[in-house]
Structures are given as C-alpha cells and as structure tokens.
Write a protein that binds this ligand. Structure first.
Ligand code: SAM
Length: 264
C-alpha cells in the first residue's frame, strides 16, 4: 500500500474511537475491522493526537449531512476506508462511485469480504490515481456527466500538489451537470506555527505521507469557475452538533480547516 493510503487507516481508527462512544455522531461498521486488521498484520497506525478523533467526528458528520440531500449519483474521491456506501440510508437508485489508489481498494475489498457487509446502494469501485486521467476510467465505470452529481473529497486535497489539485478541481467542474454539489475540506496555512498542527503533521509524516497545507484557496478558485461556495469551520459545527471540541484544543488550529460546500 502506498504511504499516503496509510492515512486512510489512521482516520478509520479515529472513526472506531467515535463508534465506541455512547454519544457517537456516526457508527462506522468497517472501522473496528480496520484497527483489528492493522494490529493483526503489525501495520502500525500512529496514535491520534489528543482531540483528533473528536475533530474527525465533526468532519465525518459534515459529509454525512451533505450526502443526506444528494442527487442519486455520488462520487467519493479518495474514498479510503469510508463505509458510507454501507451505513447511510441511500434512496433507491443511488450509485456511489468510490475512487482511490488500487492497493488501498484491494485492502478494503478484503476487509469488506471478511465482515460480510452489504452495500445499501449500487457501489462501484474505481481504482485510479487521482493525479492521472481518472475521468476516462470513471466514465468507463458507468458515471454519467449528464446527471447531477454529489462529489466528496474528504481528507484529500492536502495530499495533492498545487497543480494536481487544480487539475482535479478542473475535472470535477467539467464533469458536473447543473444541480451538482461538491463538498471538500482543505487546511490553510494560518495555523502552521501552532504546536498541535506541527504534531499532527509529524504523525502523518511518520506514515511516509506528505501533508501540504494549501497556499491557494480552492474555494476562491471554484467561485471563479462558476460555483457558489459556503464554508463551515469545525469548532462552530461542533457546537451546532452538540459536541463542542474539548477545551484543551487550540481553536486557531481547529479553525484552519475549512469544510466547503459548493453548488452550481
Ligand atoms: C486521509 S485519507 C482519507 C480517506 C477517506 N476520504 C476518509 O476520510 O476516510 C486520504 C486518502 O487519499 C487517498 N489518496 C491520496 N492521494 C491519492 C491519489 N493520488 N489518487 C487516489 N487516491 C489518493 C489515499 O489513498 C487515502 O485513502
């Protein structure tokens, strides 16, 4: 598995922490299996920094809410070990395309087979490198650019270079029929000097992945390309969801992540 894909195990381990809470915001049926499999194969997943699981629970809920009112065609860019195809109550006729690197999706297929999970939608697995021409592969897998799409890029943009990020946004824009929506998160550079951010980035680097806080403004870029953009911040959403972030967390660091919803 490529180093960047190990970050998918890391966030899944945080979802396992959330699933064990009595006041959980979501219950991921794959997350515990990810943790068990990593332990059994001696794959080390770094411990989550203090507060990271709570932060991630808010991010997950944001995307769950976004998908609750989505068109029937969903594309999850960098799906990782996301189990939404199995756990969300999809309307009949929903198709969920899951894109990620081939090795990660092969690992996910083994986990799903072992847990006997059944998708609650038509789930289409599309192994691709999102730095390549993934649009052609997606179309060959049955995606229709004529239909409105809900796009999700959760925890992805931070792992792409600026040119790759722009190309990805461009491709999403080009494939989006009227009525499409797109949710993504990105972290700006405003909290680069905060200790908790440096700690999180070091843990990601220990997995061999490179996390790049974005210098450019993807939301601004999309606005210039005809999308309407709304931005949420994690601490405020946490209050809205009745799960304020722990007091010890640095608000400046938590605020550096933008949760963006864009429509056209
Ligand atoms: C932090 S994980 C997030 C996974 C998932 N969205 C979630 O929130 O659980 C980042 C994911 O991005 C994927 N990824 C990174 N670069 C990629 C690329 N060039 N092509 C396809 N997937 C990529 C990794 O394999 C990994 O699954």
């Amino acid at each position: 598995m490529q180093a960047v894909s190990r970050t998918a195990l890391w966030v899944a381990s945080m979802r396992a922490t959330e699933a064990a809470r009595p006041d959980r915001l979501h219950d991921d049926p794959l997350a515990a299996a990810v943790v068990a499999s990593a332990a059994a194969s001696a794959q080390s997943i770094p411990p989550a920094p203090p507060g990271a699981a709570e932060f991630m629970a808010i991010r997950t809920r944001f995307y769950d809410d976004f998908l609750a009112a989505a068109p029937l065609q969903i594309v999850v860019l960098a799906a990782g070990l996301d189990a939404r195809a199995f756990r969300l109550p999809w309307p009949s006729g929903t198709r969920v395309f899951e894109l990620d690197l081939p090795e990660l999706l092969a690992f996910k297929a083994e986990l799903i087979a072992a847990t006997s999970l059944v998708a609650a939608c038509t789930r289409v697995v599309v192994p691709v490198d999102l730095r390549d021409d993934w649009a052609t592969v997606l179309s060959a897998a049955g995606f229709s650019p004529a239909q409105p799409t809900a796009w999700v890029a959760e925890g992805l943009l931070q792992y792409l270079s600026e040119p790759d990020k722009k190309r990805l946004l461009d491709t999403v824009s080009g494939l989006s029929a009227p009525g499409s929506r797109f949710a993504f998160d990105h972290m700006d550079t405003s909290a680069d000097d905060r200790a908790s951010v440096a700690d999180a980035l070091n843990r990601i680097r220990s997995m061999g992945a490179e996390f790049v806080a974005t210098v450019s403004d993807p939301a601004g870029w999309l606005t210039a390309h005809g999308w309407s953009v709304a931005v949420d911040r994690v601490p405020a959403l946490a209050v809205e969801y009745g799960r304020p972030l722990p007091d010890f967390m640095d608000p400046a660091a938590a605020n550096a992540t933008a949760l963006c919803t864009v429509t056209r």
